[in-house]
Design a protein around this ligand. Structure first.
Ligand code: PHB
Length: 407
């Protein structure tokens, strides 16, 4: 958290500079569509963490974007669609600079990717200023869609995927819980949504612990969980971090002490689940995607993905795959035009994703989707998040006015 706060003042100055640069080019918003030659490629600027601690997110989304284009073709209205991939190494200042370059120099029609919340928030003003649709394929803090009217999200929000397990736990005899979250946007969202929904259903959150986003040492925090005498620990950590948490949970003997582990599915991320070992068995999470989701569409997706990549797709991959679907179908509808027309063509899309039925809510520009309660089981020698309950068509409850929104 502090990493991002400390940079705030220079970041603002840089943003102002970017805004000045953008407003000095009044044609910018209209330029890519209006001036494009029919033979020019349509460019998508894809910004992902391809290196650094969150590189697994970049690797998953990049692979899924490539798969979508390989399966569905890369031409729209007679023009090639070209993905310009940039690595921001999960540093917000870099994301912002890359987004600016992609808009100004590469004249991209769409910005996409965004592996972490601060990276999406750093880019939102550039999307607004340049009228460039921005498809958030990973970042999941509820408020991101409100940071720019040009944001469309194909991932999820933390409140959306948290309330399922917050309702499941008290109905299954778990009444006393400690929460542990990464100390930044999605963690704060998960902590709040869990407490509200869990206590509404008769549970009690006895302690709330926040750990640093980068290089967290969970050991001292886990000791506090033991001392608080809770029946279960609810966890949110971003994709890729779950294995370290799980290891320290076992090393501290929390599983042996009978403390149950609950979470959003980020902690039992399909990318790393198989390497976690027995400590993961029985962990209950709620989430929008499991590689074990039973549908023909998912089976085809997982098979094709694994064939192309030799690793299992996780929810980041699905966010990238569906994000590409939203972009490509939008471009087809506008015959390659961008700006507001493309934004409007993205809103309201309804389709079957590998995760299940989804739609892009035209009002909120967020994805509405089924959320599943899952338990980690070993099947055919591998660990999977096995879905056993479904909540249909869940909107982000973090938005004012959404069904079930906290008052
Ligand atoms: C985020 O930073 O918004 C984020 C990243 C990874 C996740 C969830 C949320 O697994």
């Amino acid at each position: 958290m502090s990493t991002f706060q400390d940079r705030r003042a220079p970041a603002r100055r840089r943003l102002l500079a970017a805004a000045t640069l953008l407003s000095a080019l009044p044609l910018l918003g209209a330029a890519p569509a209006a001036l494009a030659q029919q033979s020019d490629p349509i460019r998508i600027g894809l910004i992902l963490p391809m290196t650094g601690p969150f590189a697994s997110t970049g690797r998953q989304i990049d692979a899924a974007v490539k798969l979508y284009l390989a399966q569905h073709g890369d031409t729209v209205a007679g023009r090639k669609v070209q993905v310009v991939l940039k690595d921001d190494a999960s540093v917000a200042d870099t994301t912002r600079r890359l987004a600016q370059e992609l808009v100004v120099n590469d004249k991209v029609t769409v910005l996409a990717g965004f592996g972490l919340t601060p990276l999406a928030l750093a880019t939102a003003p550039i999307a607004t200023q340049s009228k460039t649709p921005m498809v958030v394929m990973a970042a999941a803090t509820s408020s991101i869609t409100q940071a720019s009217p040009y944001v469309v999200r194909s991932s999820m929000t933390l409140p959306q995927v948290t309330v399922g397990v917050a309702e499941w736990a008290p109905k299954n005899g778990i009444k006393k819980v400690v929460t542990l979250v990464s100390d930044y946007g999605p963690g704060i969202d998960a902590e709040k949504a869990f407490k509200e929904r869990f206590e509404l259903n008769g549970g009690k959150v006895v302690e709330q612990v926040r750990v640093p986003l980068r290089n967290p040492d969970f050991a001292p925090f886990l000791q506090r969980v033991r001392d608080a005498g809770a029946e279960a620990l609810f966890v949110f950590v971003p994709s890729g971090v779950g294995a370290a948490l799980m290891k320290q949970f076992a090393e501290r003997g929390l599983d042996k002490a009978g403390i149950k582990l609950l979470g959003t599915g980020d902690v039992t991320d399909d990318d790393i689940l198989n390497d976690m070992g027995d400590v993961a068995l029985g962990v209950v999470t709620s989430f929008h995607y499991s590689a074990a989701h039973k549908s023909a569409a998912n089976q085809q997706f997982v098979d094709a993905f694994q064939k192309a990549n030799k690793f299992r797709p996780n929810f980041m991959a699905v966010g990238g795959y569906d994000g590409m679907r939203v972009i490509m179908e939008g471009l087809k509808a506008t015959k390659g035009a961008g700006g507001e027309a493309l934004l409007n063509a993205m809103k309201g899309q309804t389709f079957e994703s590998p995760r299940g039925p989804v739609f892009i809510d035209a009002q909120t520009r967020d994805i509405v989707q089924d959320v599943y309660i899952r338990k980690v089981e070993r099947q055919n020698g591998q660990l999977w998040n096995v879905e056993f309950e479904t909540l249909k068509g869940v909107k982000d409850p973090g938005k004012a006015g959404a069904a079930g929104a906290p008052k």
